[in-house]
Design a protein around this ligand. Sequence first.
Ligand code: GDP
Length: 696
Amino acid sequence: MTIRVHKLAKELGISSKELIEKLHKLKVDVKGHMSALDDDTAALVKGELGAKPKPRPLETKGGTKAKPKKRAKRSPEPVEGRAKRSPEPVEKQSPELVEGEEIVEEEPPKKDLKILKVDFPIAVKDLAVKLQIKPNELIKRLLGKKILVTINQGLNEENAGSIAEEFGYGLKRLPSKEELLVADHDIVDASKLKPRAPIVTFMGHVDHGKTSLLDMIRKTKVVDKEAGGITQHIGAYEVALKKGKVTFLDTPGHAAFTAMRARGANATDVVVLVVAADDGIMPQTIEAIDHAKAANVPIVVAINKIDKQNINIDKVKKQLAGIDLNPEDWGGKTITIGVSAKTGQGIDDLLELLILEAEMLELKADPDRPATGIVVEAELSKGKGPVATVLVSQGTLNIGDAIMAGLNYGKVKAMFDDKGHRVDSAGPAKPVEILGLSGVPFAGEKFYVVKDEKEARDIVIVRRMEADKKKLEAGSQKITLEDLYNKIQAGEFKELKIILKADVQGSLEAIKDSLLKLSTDEVRLSVIHGQVGNVNESDVMLASASNAVILGFHVAMTPNAKALAKQEGVDVRSYNIIYEAVNDVKAAMEGMLEPVTEETFLGRADVKQVFKVSKVGIVAGCYVSKGSIPRNAVCKLIRGKDIVFKGKISSLKHVKDDIKEAREGFECGISLGIKDIKKGDAIEAIEIRTVARRLK
Ligand code: GDP
């Protein structure tokens, strides 16, 4: 058996980085978090970190095959998975080792499978060579499993694995180019780390002065006097002070912040929470705090507009103390500072504070290595093609570097800093705009410098294929109440994060209290954001980024949020009775929740006449007597008391024009793609939703 570094790290409750350092100390040569360790090594590390150390010789690769007494926790590696459900092995002599092929004896759960390392998809002829059989024989055997392939066709992991097993072999996927690349970039040489600037985002309630503060800082600290005071807007800018630099992300607000996080990047080191002294804590202030907390980013509070008359800073501080952000001068831990975006008062202090905070956080990076970083924003520029503002996290980005970001790749053709100057290189935390990508990446996507453009393209091609595949299984990765139980059982899930929206504060508190009481030893419940109001896009983004479910109580969902939830695969549920919400979560935790479908009535159309139209077929001339009939709705054709047909509309017209919806009081022509429609029938449009099963 082997186990990957990141898996073992998880088992041991430490980070991959810590484990790699530990392994290096033990003189075990590992490249990164995807590297595989054999059982002996894993046992040794476990001994070192956990129970009594077992002194054993170190062997990482091709070492002795001493079988460990106890198998480590089952890792979901393909070989094991297949072995579990495979039939008895077919008698077959072990083929000789293929030259250069690395064969590792491992202990499978039921029988001895020899492990071959291969790349997927694997062509039938290549697999035949590895299994030392004739391709025709392999094709025949595959046919026996109802897998019809030609000699050059590729087999996926599942099919190749199941057939290999019949020959006594397990297949192990070689790490992909991307995994190797990421693992390579993940190794950090601690001795080369140098301090870097903090990356700061302004968040807070609308009109509290986020934009004004960013503008004021840029105007007074960044503007290039020689260039005539015009700054380039590139999505981020850098401020240089005597004691160091600070980088500001120029997209204030938590929506942008969380959208980036949902793409996998947490660019921000410090959140400056802007609270207007004359307004105090407002709903979006709370929302911003929840977003920052979910991302585990420290918060510094800037109490803005202190130039105004009749303000009460102490009142704001008191409010802060009430929401778990107790100010330092009140004995708490939260740094607060009074500022004015109008007069500039307090801004130098704020900047200094951010540098101090950076020192405390020990933000460091190694500038002497190929760069990796984050896309802050990107767009298609008419003259320049795709342009992306990026922030380097590690290394230095140079003109001419081959890079890939998301599903795009290219070569850095030109780079500009926040003042619009051409630059040749950019080190850690320096924002630059780059030209040369093949397309526009998403904000928050990571970029990597790779060996050359070909390698970048190769990796991106695989990524695109995987992205297409994922699109097909859209949303399956996000947690839903339905799959909660299985995940808990599999030990994959330790915390259920909930976003709670309700119509009134009282209900919010009541549901929150009852939900928190459901926490068990296996799974902890936490409400990462709770607020009065409809479910909006920002809630969905937060749920997506944090893998949370959204529970709405007596609230609606904005149409944009609905579309986004569908796209992101976020589970949103609405309730009208508190105990139903609580019971559903409880049932989900106990594996008692099964989805049921619920029909919502959308509209009714009465069939007044039936026509036969060439090419279209039978069209029912209708009058919409109630609600509306949307083009993409599911319809029931009702005759008397019977439902004679249920299915999608195949065409919806008004006179001769295709329409998206037929409203109440209007006439329309509906075709259902069937012949059996009669005058006097009714067509009812419905929406079918999957909802949680209610417990009695
Ligand atoms: P945002 O929505 O948080 O980005 O807020 P804005 O920066 O757009 O500011 C909202 C309003 O407050 C604008 O009319 C600003 O001129 C005003 N404002 C912002 N900061 C200050 C300040 O420090 N003092 C005063 N008096 N007004 C401010």
